[in-house]
Each structure stands twice: as C-alpha cells, then as structure tokens.
Design a protein around this ligand. Sequence first.
Ligand SMILES: Cc1cc2nc3c(=O)[nH]c(=O)nc-3n(C[C@H](O)[C@H](O)[C@H](O)COP(=O)(O)OP(=O)(O)OC[C@H]3O[C@@H](n4cnc5c(N)ncnc54)[C@H](O)[C@@H]3O)c2cc1C
Length: 469
Amino acid sequence: MNAISTVLARLPPDIVMRDQDIIGACTTDFRRQYVGRTEALLRPRNTRDVQDIIRTCAELQVPLVPQAGNTSYCAAATPADNGNELVISLERMNRVREVDVANLSICADAGIVLSSLQEAASEAGLLLPLALGSQQSCRIGGNLSTNAGGISVLRYGMARDLVLGLEVVLPDGSLFCELSPLRKNNAGYDVKQLFIGAEGTLGVITAVSLKLARKPRQTVTAFLAIAAIGDLATILDLAQVQTGEAITSFEYISDTSLNLLLQARPDLRHPLQARSAHYILLEAATASPVLDIEAAAMALLEQLFEQGLVLDGTIAASGQQAAQFWHLRESIPEAEVHHGGSVKHDIAVRTSRLAAFIEAAAAVVRQHAAGAVLSAYGHVGDGNVHFNVVAPAGIAPEGFKQRFEANVSPKIYQLVAEMEGSFSAEYGIGRTKRELLMRHGAPGKVGLMRILKAAIDPGGIMNPGKVVP
Ligand SMILES: Cc1cc2nc3c(=O)[nH]c(=O)nc-3n(C[C@H](O)[C@H](O)[C@H](O)COP(=O)(O)OP(=O)(O)OC[C@H]3O[C@@H](n4cnc5c(N)ncnc54)[C@H](O)[C@@H]3O)c2cc1C
C-alpha cells in the first residue's frame, strides 16, 4: 500500500471523497491554466477531523492542498499533476459560531461562503465589510489565506485588518487557537498574522473571529466621467473631504474596459451622456441618521464640475441604479473572457503615483504590442489597478497572451518596481508568481519566508510548490 492509500484507509470513510466526477472541479484552477490530479478530496466535519487528517498526512509525508472556493487567480489551490497530493476542503465546516452585536464581531467556521457570512452579519443588523466579485463562491478561510482586498478596502482595510482571532491546525496536527474577539491583545507575538496571506503553506485555518461595522443607513453611488487620469488623487482627496471621509469605494474604469463590456453585453447601457477615456465609480456611506451624505455628494459633484475635473456625472437615483453601476464594474472580468481573456497585472503603487504608472505602462504596451487592447480598471482608491491586456482583434488570444507575458509583462513589472510598487496587490503568489517574488520581492524577504516555512512546516507537507520559491 502506498502512503496515500494508507492515509485514506486510516481516515473515516465519511470524510474521503473519491468520486473523480466530483473531484474534477477542484483539480483545475479558476482561470483553467493548470490541471492537477488527486486521488481524493478530504471533507472534514470539524476541527478535530482536520487535526486527524493533518497528523496522518504528516506521519506518512503526504502533502495537502487546502482549497476553499477555488477562485484564486494564481492557481494557489490547485494540486500538482503527479497525483501525489490530497486536497482538503472545509466546505462542511460552515457554521456561524457567534455574533456579538455589542462587540461588533462575528465568529465562524472557516468553510463558510463569504456571502453567507455577510448575510449572517446583516441579519444581526451589522455589516461585514469584506466584499469582492467572487463572494458567492469564495470562503472566508480562502479570503484570509489570500488576505483578500475587494471594493471596501479604502474604508475598512484588507481582510487582515478585519481579523480579531484565528484557529489554525498546524502542519503537525496541533492546534493554535486564539479566537477571542479582543480589540486589544499584546500578549506576546501576534502569531495569527503569519497565517493571513500564507496561502495554505503554514497550516489550515479552521475558524475566524472578525470585526463587523455598523450597517450604513445612507449610501450614495456616483458614476463620473473624469477629464484626466492625472486628477485621480485630487478627486479622491476632494471626495474624502466633502463627505467627511465616508468614501467606501473609489473604483476606476477605463473607457476601453467599458467598451469591451458593452460589446460583449449589448443588453447593458452606458450610464452617461458624455464619453471620456476614464471613469470613476464612487460610493460613500454612513451609519449616521443625521449627516446628509447625499447633500455632501451633490456638493462634491458641483465642485468637481466647477473645477473642470469631471466632464459628466450622475448620482444613482435608486438602489437599483446603484446596482446597475456596480454590475458594469463587476462584469469587466467576464467581458475580458468573452474577448479571449487577458494578461493580468494586479499591481499597486502609492495613490500619488498611480496616474503616472498607468500612463507609463500604457506607453510600454503601445510600443511593444501595437494594437493590443488595454483594459485597466480597479480599486484605485487603494492604489491598486488591474492593468490587463487583451489581444488585438483578429489575433489569436492564446498565442498573443504567451508572447505578451514573455516579452512585455517583465517591462511592466520593472516599471512597477521602479515606482516602488507591488507586482501582486491582492491576488497573492500561488503557483504563478513565485518567479516574480524572487525577482521583485523586498530584500531579505524570501530568505525569511524560507526560514519561517521550514520552522513551521519542516516536512513541507502544506501546499507545496506555492508561494515560497
Ligand atoms: C470574479 C472574481 C473577482 C475577484 N475579485 C477579487 C477582489 O476584488 N479582491 C481580491 O483580493 N481577490 C479577488 N479575486 C480572487 C479570489 O476570489 C480571492 O483570492 C479569494 O480570497 C480566494 O478565496 P477562495 O475561497 O476561492 O480560496 P481558494 O482559491 O480556494 O484558495 C486560495 C488560497 O487559500 C488557501 N486556503 C483556502 N482555504 C484555506 C484554509 N481554510 N486554510 C488555509 N489555507 C486555505 C489555498 O490553499 C490557496 O492557497 C477574485 C476572483 C474572481 C474569480
């Protein structure tokens, strides 16, 4: 009997799924770039099952790949194609353990789908301020393991900023449990931070305690055609001042991204009369029943028109119209797929340099890939832009993407490095960005990562081949 068969024979049959028709979905990454293989999907019922699985795998040196919603854009949750790894999914561990309304906190199993956790918070009259396009599929354990960003980072921070406590099964099967939802706890190293953004390479997160916020009583959503990309930082500053720092989202949409979408989806309408090369989708919200956020937004719009910073703009007249604006923003990745997919660069620079980056990187694309369609959009309030590139019409997308990644992407990443930015703002490293980490990681970082990995996972069983070069 080989090691995998021994592991599977020792585990309760109820947690071992061998049906390859079902397992198939978890062996291919979201972007369909990698196809792996595994003999079984392990579906623990509780933390003790996770401990038994990991202890058994550690003893027999069988590697484990944690997988949550499998929406990673860098193949972080896909097993290798040699069939030597088992996949563990916490999909059955999806209970809300506690909502503490007065403490503004929620505690849940790590396998709960993000949208279900949002609903649980909402039913308690509160807001879980973590929101991303994949929220109907991704699970909170995956969100914390990737330190997910999304559309509310500007106001509430990344996933890491919401974490009060964690429960993690370590690579030897022992438990680290600091789940208490305390706002202050300086009792020793803040060890839980290590597991956030570790992409399953240091252990399996089994439960989380998160901060909640008060639910907004008033929300305003505006769609603006801005005069020049160079004014992004000024517009954001004015918006924060006018609304008393109530801006929750400040999203950029380039005209080319919007055009790709409107070509792919003729049922959708452009929200403005005037056309511009650049648009902003802005949202402000407050829990206050007294502050008039709509009046603040109107005053902002007036000021932006007066100063010539916007060419056109509208404030959503209803929740339905606001949802239509958001639908445009969130459908862009789908539109890129419709046009053959894109080469993605998920980059961040400081907000003061963002416009300069977009202009310089667009010049690189024009010089080295004439005719390519630049689809730039994203969470620019956080200095994060998805600088994506789609093949020119009439050019086979797959070949274009390969050539672009080999010849032009390195120039874009070099530009990011020169501007002291990040080559991975929110998607992580996974399998696809390890070389970039070697090339552009901060001095000393990879060495420290290797020391931590060897100390916590000496057998190297947790998600091998990911993150750590
Ligand atoms: C349409 C779309 C929109 C997106 N928008 C955003 C966005 O705005 N912001 C953003 O940051 N990302 C975004 N993403 C990327 C992706 O959704 C996030 O990275 C998300 O957090 C991944 O969660 P998941 O549950 O799918 O995790 P998976 O993809 O299953 O796993 C991700 C990583 O976490 C590890 N992992 C999973 N569960 C655990 C666990 N319990 N313990 C330890 N390790 C674990 C896996 O091994 C893997 O390394 C988007 C993706 C899509 C498809």
